[in-house]
Design a protein around this ligand. Structure first.
Ligand code: GLN
Length: 533
């Protein structure tokens, strides 16, 4: 018998930023809770090959998969809601699609034919959508089409979906359209016209949606459900409410109330099995009813744009919920620390310096790392955060006043952070960092060891520069000791202060592996230290 292969597409209309990624991730969560072998795929219709070269100001954080792909932050939502590692087959951009088509053309694979968007680009898209099912051994894939219907970039994808609808049995393909039902501020009325228009746009591409998910500020009255059903030509029980909620983790529960998962499975001619959302509900309960409170300062470059640190914030929430504590984040621009001094950090119970690139704000981050060391405040340095902690230590404790990373000062006399020989040859920007999962061995007796309680860990990376092994001895002797090394002992993966309540700096990004139901050990350990300080 052929394995099951069901395709669900999620398109969006009216405006971007409606939370299509969270709806897609929530569907993944709900289907998985019903025992469906589901995977998720994101289509980013822009020409970038991956998200690695995109400025966080535009799209928020770059998420890194275990297999080293730099993706849009939605893949992070998917992993957290599905509680599964995803990878290359789960993320698709126009850059990748054209790259393959053009390479094939160069090889002469098209046998002299004219290479066109239809059929050659659309065939490549369809192959990659099918590929997500095959590569992950799933029976159902929910594919989110980024952007809004009507965008020029999205057209080949909508055409591919239209073709799949034609080619496959009706039961194997469903389309969910997420649209916006705003409130008019003058009259306080909910308006369905934008939704109607966006469905019209989808139909112009030859696609009739099966479900309308209506993002709305308040609950959707029945009369409006009927109106949307009538104008958009879907059954009234296929109009699904997606109202604003205090936390994204409540979205699966809201969609479950609307029975979106059950209705979708029936539409695909699959008998819904019993759902088990107990652990998820329990997590949401803990998130909403904290007994404790802890304030964490995050010192970064893009702090005005919280999406740039999305996984970090989520990792703190997961660990906070597990410990019964609400984590309040104080966002502190690194440049403010430069101007006002480390006093800008006064009052926080823990300090995080997250990952980052470029020189702006670096001195402020170094000051923050130094302040946490001097004051005995729990400190977690992540990637660039570890690098600045090393610079701060070299300057203040080792007396190397001009210590730096060669990223910021190529001529520093003390390059405590430097490029390793394999990186010095790299010229291109895209995809050339140390990316994805690498093993590290933990030193018994260290804080990081007691956090993980493991000898060997696997964590995700995204950086070019490394701790310079020349300084290892000096650091160790002065009390900033390497507590995690690569298995060959060449790369320093973590440093921690010997004489400090909790000061751990890691070269990797633990935040990418934190899950609501499996909070990350390093964040748990850090927050515990903050709570008891
Ligand atoms: N800019 C630093 C490097 O490339 C740190 C990168 C990061 O924090 N992700 O090594």
């Amino acid at each position: 018998m052929e394995p099951l292969a069901k395709y669900v597409f999620v398109t969006g209309g009216v405006v971007s930023g409606l939370g299509k990624g969270v709806v897609t991730a929530s569907l993944g969560c709900l289907l998985r809770a019903r025992g469906v072998a589901v995977t998720l795929q994101k289509i980013d219709p822009y020409l970038n090959v991956d998200a690695g070269t995109i400025n966080p100001y535009e799209h928020g954080e770059v998420f890194v998969t275990r297999d080293g792909l730099e993706t849009d932050l939605d893949i992070g939502h998917y992993e957290r809601f599905l509680d599964q590692d995803l990878g290359r087959p789960n993320y698709l951009t126009t850059g990748q699609v054209y790259w393959s088509v053009i390479q094939r053309e160069r090889r002469g694979d098209y046998l002299g034919r004219t290479v066109q968007v239809i059929p050659h680009v659309t065939e490549e898209i369809k192959a990659r959508i099918r590929g997500a099912l095959e590569a992950t051994g799933s029976e159902l894939v929910v594919v989110e089409v980024g952007g809004t219907v009507g965008d020029i970039e999205g057209l080949p994808y909508l055409e591919a979906i239209r073709q799949m609808r034609d080619e496959l049995p009706r039961d194997d393909v469903a389309v969910i359209h997420l649209a916006y039902v705003p409130i008019l501020s003058t009259t306080g009325e909910l308006k369905t016209k934008p939704t109607q228009h966006s469905v019209k746009e989808l139909r112009a591409a030859g696609i009739q949606p099966d479900f309308i998910v209506a993002r709305c500020p308040i609950s959707l009255p029945d009369a409006l459900r009927r109106k949307i059903a009538l104008f958009c030509d879907v059954p009234v029980d296929h109009v699904i409410e997606d109202r604003d909620l205090p936390s994204i983790y409540e979205v699966p529960l809201c969609l479950a109330e609307e029975e979106l998962d059950v209705k979708l499975l029936r539409r695909l001619n699959l008998e819904p099995k019993e759902s088990d959302l107990r652990a998820w509900k329990d997590f949401v309960q803990r998130l909403k009813n904290p007994e404790n409170f802890v304030q964490i300062g995050i010192v970064g470059k893009y702090v005005e744009l919280h999406d740039a640190y999305l996984s970090l914030v989520e990792a703190l929430r997961h660990a906070g919920a597990a410990l019964g504590a609400r984590v309040e984040i104080r966002w502190i621009p690194a440049e403010r620390v430069e101007k006002e001094g480390a006093e800008a950090l006064a009052g926080v119970q823990g300090i995080i310096v997250p990952g980052g690139f470029g020189e702006r704000g670096i001195e402020g981050k170094i000051m923050a790392a130094d302040y946490a060391r001097r004051q005995g405040i729990p400190f977690l340095g992540i990637c660039l955060g570890m690098q600045v902690a090393a610079i701060a230590f070299a300057r203040a404790v080792l007396g190397r006043k001009n210590a730096n990373s060669t990223e910021f000062d190529p001529r520093t006399p003390d390059p405590v952070i430097d490029l390793l020989p394999e990186q010095t040859k790299v010229q291109e920007k895209g995809g050339t960092m140390r990316l994805g999962e690498y093993p590290a061995e933990l030193a018994p007796g260290s804080k990081i060891f007691s956090a993980y309680n493991l000898e060997r860990i696997h964590e995700r990376h995204r950086h070019r520069y490394e701790f310079n092994p020349r300084y290892l001895e000096l650091f160790s002797r002065a009390g900033f000791v390497p507590s995690a090394l690569s298995p060959d002992g060449r790369l320093v993966e973590a440093l921690e202060l010997r004489d400090h309540p909790w000061y751990v700096a890691v070269q990797f990004h633990p935040e990418f592996r934190s899950r609501p139901l499996r909070p990350h050990p390093l964040f748990l350990s850090f927050l515990k230290a903050c709570l008891s300080s």
